[in-house]
Ligand binder design. Structure first.
Ligand code: SF4
Length: 342
């Protein structure tokens, strides 16, 4: 089982020490004997250990910055929510296809923000703006928040905060099974707890540093037993030899483990594998030995955000994915809702 994340190195921004959480985290890391360095701002971090890009990248991904979220303007987060709520950025996982490699560029370290109440206040304003409509907040757009939450408990506070709100809902997704501290959170059914799942082949070859499928499913079972609304994101759906069998096995395992009551309010989101040209360059630099198939000529080109085209599966392949996985979901979980395929 993948162990809960422990940073190798911690940076602290001085202003973070004005907040209780900042002080608590520094005391905790001191107790754990972890090296702590000060930095005026995360942008000033230039001297990370490591002799070459490969080493520096890996050390950065096990470095935690305790800082302040300055921008309290939230990004939109379609199609799963109205807004992205920023509690952390970066991730300790090493998924070869991960989009954070491009979005975080030369700063792949993990940052946790300690001005949590200010983030909640900003969320409150967004909720007021949309009232009486419900506003959904997605907490895992720029990180795998569960992966770091056993240290910070920020997500737990957010779950309880939205549990008390009238017009807000929280959702997040994770590939980590370290959920025990979240099980007794007072969620009031207002948080949808989602797990990102994939077949054994994809997890084995492309998702190092994350919890294995069986552990994620066991964690999902515990989450369901704690009465959270539950969901799964099957992503990225990746075509490899034997994919139909691989995904079938994945759904079979899920079916064998989930408690009956959880199947009534269950959601599935399906996202096919895609890449952009800039992402392909970064992936090949960070994971030079990857088996990930990134051949543009086998894919269909599709307009993407900011004019950067992405390569998706061909229309026929997409139909095949939708039919195949859709039929598995209908077969094993007839009451579940498929939210989208993209
Ligand atoms: Fe990226 Fe998610 Fe993998 Fe972390 S767990 S590296 S956020 S895909």
């Amino acid at each position: 089982m993948v162990k809960p994340f422990v940073p190798q190195l911690v940076y602290v921004e001085p202003r973070a020490l004005e907040y209780d959480l900042g002080k608590q985290l520094v005391a905790k890391f001191e107790d754990m004997g972890i090296e702590i360095r000060e930095t005026t701002s995360h942008n000033q971090i230039r001297n990370l250990p490591g002799e070459n890009h490969f080493q520096k990248y890996r050390i950065a991904k096990s470095t935690l910055v305790v800082g302040i979220r300055k921008t309290l303007k939230f990004d939109t987060s379609k199609p799963s929510a109205e807004y992205a709520i920023p509690f952390a950025t970066g991730c300790m996982g090493h998924c070869h296809y991960c989009y954070l490699q491009t979005t975080m560029g030369s700063k792949p370290y993990i940052r946790t923000y300690v001005n949590v109440d200010e983030i909640f206040d900003a969320a409150e304003e967004y909720m007021k703006e949309r009232a009486p409509e419900m506003t959904r907040f997605e907490a895992s757009c720029t990180s795998d928040i569960v992966g770091v939450d056993h240290l910070t408990h920020t997500l737990k506070r957010a779950i309880e905060y939205f549990g008390q709100s009238e017009l807000g809902q929280l959702r997040f997704v994770t590939k980590f099974a370290h959920v025990d501290h979240l099980l007794d959170a007072n969620h009031n059914g207002r948080t949808r707890f989602r797990f990102s799942i994939n077949d054994s082949y994809v997890i084995k070859y492309f998702e190092p540093g994350t919890s294995r499928l069986d552990d994620r499913i066991e964690a999902a079972k515990k989450v369901a037993e704690s009465e959270y609304p539950l969901g799964f994101i099957v992503a990225p759906i990746y075509l490899h030899e034997g994919w139909k069998e691989g995904y079938k096995e994945m759904f079979e395992k899920l079916e064998a483990t989930l408690p009956a009551h959880a199947r009534k309010d269950l959601t599935f989101e399906m996202i096919q594998h895609r890449f952009t040209k800039p992402a392909k360059r970064v992936i090949q630099e960070n994971y030079p030995m990857t088996k990930l198939e990134l051949d543009e000529s086998k894919r269909k080109w599709k307009w993407g955000k900011y004019g950067i085209g992405k390569y998706v599966y061909t229309s026929e392949e997409q139909e095949d994915i939708k039919d195949t996985l859709g039929s598995y979901i209908h077969h094993y979980f007839p009451e579940a809702k498929i939210e989208y395929f993209t």
